[in-house]
Unconditional design. Structure first.
Length: 142
C-alpha cells in the first residue's frame, strides 16, 4: 500500500470542471482489485449538494499529487462517502487510474494537426485537451 498527498483535484463534467479547493487530501493505492485507489479530500462545505448529486456516478477526474509541479493523473472514480465537519466536508472517492501512453502529448499533437487545427486554435485545443487528458482515437486505431 502506498499513500501520497493530494494537492489539487478537478472533476470533469462534460466540457467543464468542478474544482474543489483541496484544504487537505490523501490518495492511497491499495495495490489490489479493480478499483485500488482511495482518494479523500477535505474541501469547503458549500460543495456538499453538488457532490451529493454525483454520488454513485462514474466520474473522471484529474488529481495532482505530492507537489503542484507534478502533472495531474487521470482517474475514473465514484464518490463513496461525504462527511460534514463544521464548515468543511470530507469526500471519499474510490476508483482506478486511467493509464495513458508515455507519448500522449506527441500523439495528441499529431492527431490535432491531422484534424486540421493550426496556429492559435491548435495551441488552445492542445492545452485544453492536455489539461483534461481527453481520450482521442486515430483512424488507424479504430
Amino acid at each position: 500500500m502506498k499513500s501520497f498527498k493530494v494537492i489539487d483535484m478537478k472533476i470533469i463534467q462534460e466540457q467543464n470542471f468542478i474544482v474543489p479547493e483541496v484544504k487537505d487530501g490523501i490518495i492511497i493505492n491499495m495495490e489490489y482489485g479493480d478499483n485500488p485507489w482511495i482518494i479523500e479530500i477535505v474541501t469547503a462545505g458549500d460543495l456538499s449538494s453538488i457532490l451529493e448529486k454525483l454520488k454513485g456516478q462514474q466520474l473522471e477526474m484529474m488529481v495532482t499529487i505530492t507537489r503542484p509541479s507534478n502533472a495531474p493523473a487521470k482517474f475514473s472514480a465514484r464518490v463513496m462517502d461525504i462527511n460534514q465537519m463544521d464548515d468543511m466536508i470530507s469526500v471519499v472517492f474510490k476508483g482506478a487510474i486511467i493509464v495513458q501512453g508515455p507519448n500522449y502529448a506527441e500523439e495528441l499533437l499529431e492527431f490535432l494537426v491531422e484534424e486540421g487545427y493550426e496556429g492559435k486554435t491548435l495551441i488552445n485545443e492542445f492545452n485544453s485537451r492536455m489539461e483534461s487528458k481527453e481520450d482521442f482515437k486515430k483512424e488507424d486505431e479504430e
